[in-house]
Design a binder for this molecule. Structure first.
Ligand code: HEC
Length: 86
């Protein structure tokens, strides 16, 4: 995520003045956003550059984000399933 520059914008001081501040740093925040994060990275909507235009991720960073993101997402889903007793 550092290589993807996500944390220059998705931080508590909200430099981009997002209407809905998306935080990704803690497991709880990340768990709530993982679906949207995967979609945003997969569809090349994130990261943005400093004038707010989509910025291309290098292939390796994108692949790693999606790989670890998928592992995290399936863990989160397993936790939800466990909580709901399924
Ligand atoms: C230059 C600033 C900037 C960077 C860098 C950036 N974002 Fe964002 N992000 C935004 C802004 C502004 C929004 C809210 C506006 C929008 O939805 O386009 C947003 C919205 C999002 C959302 C919510 C979109 C939705 O579907 O609800 C996700 C998820 C997200 N960013 C993930 C990421 C990830 C992952 C990275 C790194 C790979 C990243 N962002 C890098 C500025 C940034």
């Amino acid at each position: 995520m550092r290589k993807g520059t996500c944390n220059t914008c998705h931080v508590p001081d909200n430099p981009e003045k997002m209407k809905r501040l998306v935080l990704l740093q803690t497991p709880a925040h990340a768990a709530a956003e993982i679906k949207r994060m995967m979609a945003a990275v997969r569809d090349n909507r994130m990261p943005l550059d400093d004038i707010g235009i989509e910025k291309e991720l290098d292939a390796e960073t994108k692949a790693l984000l999606l790989r670890f993101g998928a592992a995290f997402e399936s863990t989160v889903n397993a936790a939800y399933a466990w909580e709901s007793g399924d």
